[in-house]
Structure formats: structure tokens, C-alpha cells
Write a protein that binds this ligand. Sequence first.
Ligand code: P6P
Length: 333
Amino acid sequence: MAIKTLGQFIIEKQADFPYAKGELSRLLRDIGIAAKLVNRVVNKAGLADILGQQGDINVQGEVQQKLDVYADTQFINALKMGGECCYVASEEHEEGVDLSTNVTSREAKYIVCIDPLDGSSNIDSNVSVGTIFSIYRRLYADRPIQKEEILQVGRKQVAAGYIIYGSSTMLVYTTGCGVNGFTLDPSIGEFCLSHPDMKIAAQGSIYSINEGYYSKFPQPVKQYIKYCQEIDSATNRPYTSRYIGSMVADIHRNLIKGGVFIYPQTSNHPEGKLRLMYECNPMAFIVEQAGGKATTGKIAILDIQPQLLHQRVPIVIGSSDMVEQVESFYANH
Ligand code: P6P
């Protein structure tokens, strides 16, 4: 198969949007550039003295790894220089970063919500980490950024994607016309189309959940875990448990192999742990576009009206039949 780079693919797909004038294409290009800069450092984290904790505390009260800060800086700079983004909501900043005052971004039409380096607590143990991004169009052009433009419901996303810095580095994204995966070829420094039109199987045999919190889970989740662990003579239900503790890595594996990822509300995270705007919404958009489902156990993630930038939600995401199985335990509870 001839090599098709991310840039070539974006331009080719721009034709899907007759009114597109290239802004979204350039925005996706800017994200790809930052991803390559972050990849270069993440891959060498063990060598550079960029490991270890910088000692700053981010809005989540988590100790920031230096790479978190580096990744955040790279993505914000790339978006600022690219001129297509007017506002960035990042996990690393309590308030968003308003770029619309920059001369290059004054006419920018897009808002980006981003988790620059998710799973960063895993970096020291060389576990795959990721970047997750979500893109919305501005609602107004004649006034400063309004709160309702930043807190848009997930269904309003125009694009979403993630980068997984793993055994190979991949960028997976959707603009609402399916999901495509690109693998970075370091020899030419380009993301190349490797997984066209990704689809998640309706049924899989992998369930991903941190069973260490079993005693803190709601009853329907406990029932689902037991359901997976029982051998059903009729179906000889062959489930296996896989949990990396890095959301991008867990969901990417399930996207490829089929499976369900669950981070429910627990007694110490009554709203769930994962954030709506820059973790659950983008991953839900991608998985739904690949034929899967994403829900709180009761309602679709993409239908939740956000109230706060760093709002947390419970999430059940992956193969549609498996998500529906979890929902049935919630419905019967
Ligand atoms: P726990 C990583 O810190 C993260 O934000 C996600 O990437 C991951 O899915 C989750 O937290 C893991 O949380 O409580 O299982 O360690």
C-alpha cells in the first residue's frame, strides 16, 4: 500500500466538508506537529533528566511530572503558532488559555480541550501514555470567548483524537466520518495511515477495570465483574481482565481487540475519576464513530451538558454489546 501521510489524508478528507476552507485541516496539522515533539521527548524520558516530579501541583491536585508540563507547553505553543485555535482548555490549567488576543488567532474558529499527557504517573515505569484532544467550533465571532462556547455538549465536537506513545506512536482521530489511525515513521518523521476506517467489534472478551477498588464500586459494576468471571456453560463466556492504568492505552487496545473499559463512580470518586471535556468526550466520540458505545451506565457520555471545565464523570466505553450488558445491570438495579 502506498504511504499516505497524515497531512495528505487530511487534505484528501477535507473534501468531505464542502465549506471547509482548510482551518480544521491546519488545526489537525498543528496537533500532529506537537505530537512529534512530545513523542521525541517521551521516547527518551529515561535518558533526559526530564523524569521525576517537578513538584508543581496541577488543578487536579496531582504532582506534575515534568513531561506533563513539557507536553502542555508544546501543544499550546503549536496551537498558538498555527492561528486556527482561539482557546485551549487543558488539564494542566485551572482556567483555559485564551489565545484570541494573539494577532494570529483573532479570527480563529476552533476551541481545543486537551489532556496533554494522560497517564503520566506511568512514565517512570515505561508504560504507554497518551494525549487526548477534543475540538469544537466557536458559536460566536463578534465577542470574546463565552463560557457556553467552552462547555459545549460532546455531540457538538467537530473532531477528536488521541496520540498513544507506546511501542509505536500512533495518532487516531475522527472528524465524524469514521476513525483512522496513523503510525509515526521516525525515519521520515511522518504519521502514516496504518489503520484506515477503524471499527470496534460489537462483542469482545476483555474487560478493563481497576478491581483493586471492588469494594468501592456501585452494585451494578460489582455484578458485571462477577458476570465476567463466571463461566457460563451456554456461552462458555471467556473473559479476560486487562488493565494498564493508562486510559489511552486501555481504550486503544479495546478499540483494536474489542472490549469494555469501566471507570465508575467509587466512594472516593463519587463523580468518577476521568474528566468529561478532555478525556471522556473525545474518547466517546472516537469509539461511537468506530461503532462502539460510551455511557455513564445510564446516559450517553456525549449527551451530558457540561457544567465545569474539569468535571469528572463515570464511564463505561467500548464494544457496544458489552456496554449494553453493563447498562442492563444498572437498569435492573
Ligand atoms: P486508577 C491515569 O492517571 C488516569 O488518569 C487514566 O489514564 C487512567 O485510566 C486512570 O487514571 C487510572 O486510575 O485509579 O486506576 O489508577
